[in-house]
Design a protein around this ligand. Structure first.
Ligand SMILES: C[S@@+](CC[C@H](N)C(=O)[O-])C[C@H]1O[C@@H](n2cnc3c(N)ncnc32)[C@H](O)[C@@H]1O
Length: 266
């Protein structure tokens, strides 16, 4: 029995190590998590996570908020791998009117969702409506990212476009943070190609709890390719991080994270 427990702990430890390594290689995930850790202390009160998926950021925000509510669009969420996981959204809606009264939340979070609605300005207006005066919106959206969650992948966003959209929704943008630079974009694209087209790692990645916003994949890895694919991905990710620091190019980014406030009335 203790041997069995020992090997279980061992397997869990190996799984955790593999997940950490995969998270490090995934440049989009790494930059998102590091930015959310920085911004999380600005969250407070009740938080609404719009397009929460399987709530992957809840543990980052939980120390700062009193309540964390996850909202999802049922029609798209039900087609994702996240729909079969244990952590589920708290509220579903039809994508039109967020089912809460005006000024219900102190914080609204929305990570990589705005590209998935054909009516992004309406969704942003809704986020602003349910945000209290002086409340904070933390939102990220992609600028350069592969097609995903097809066919529900409609737009990409520049920082200027996001600013104008926020202003139209009655929000004041405080800060815009680029996510990576040219090298992260190139690295992420090359790594996506290696992982999904060459290594066929979709199913394996999902078994680690990643890529949950895509349809469930049962594909088996292309084992013969892995001795080439895995070291190449690690090398590309490391090089992209270094090059982003040494030769940053502010005209290119994976996406942008914005922090906006809903101004008080007076
Ligand atoms: C790329 S996933 C991101 C999930 C999660 N925020 C994350 O970062 O892992 C996009 C999510 O947005 C949801 N979604 C799409 N349109 C939406 C809408 N109008 N309102 C709320 N959620 C929406 C989808 O169902 C999907 O779960």
């Amino acid at each position: 029995m203790s041997n069995l427990l020992g090997s279980f702990v061992h397997i869990q430890a190996v799984k955790r190590a593999v997940i950490s390594a995969a998270n490090w290689v995934d440049l989009q995930w790494s930059v998102t998590i590091s930015q959310l850790r920085k911004v999380a202390p600005r969250a407070r009160g009740t938080l609404l996570d719009v397009g929460c998926g399987c709530k992957p950021y809840m543990s980052i925000f939980a120390p700062y908020v009193a309540r964390y509510v996850g909202l999802e669009l049922e029609s798209t969420f039900s087609g994702t791998a996240a729909a079969s996981l244990s952590v589920q959204p708290d509220v579903y809606y039809d994508g039109k009117r967020i089912p809460f009264d005006e000024e219900s939340f102190d914080t609204v979070l929305s990570i990589q969702v705005l590209e998935h609605t054909p009516t992004p300005q309406e969704l942003l207006n809704e986020m602003s409506r349910v945000l209290r005066r002086d409340g904070v919106l933390i939102l990220s959206a992609p600028f350069s990212f592969r097609l995903h969650e097809e066919p529900h992948d409609y737009f990409r966003y520049s920082p200027h476009g996001l600013r104008v959209m926020c202003e139209k929704a009655g929000l004041q943008v405080q800060e815009v943070w680029p996510q990576g630079s040219l090298w992260s974009v190139l690295g992420h694209q090359m790594n996506s190609f290696l992982a999904f087209q060459v290594g066929k790692l979709d199913g394996f990645t999902q078994s680690l709890g990643k890529l949950t916003h895509e349809e469930t994949s049962n594909s088996s890895p292309r084992f013969l390719a892995l001795p080439f694919v895995v070291p190449a991905m690690v090398l590309i990710s490391g090089a992209a991080r270094v090059l982003d620091k040494v030769f940053p190019d502010r005209t290119m980014a994976l996406g942008y994270l914005i922090i906006a406030n809903r101004p008080s009335k007076f």
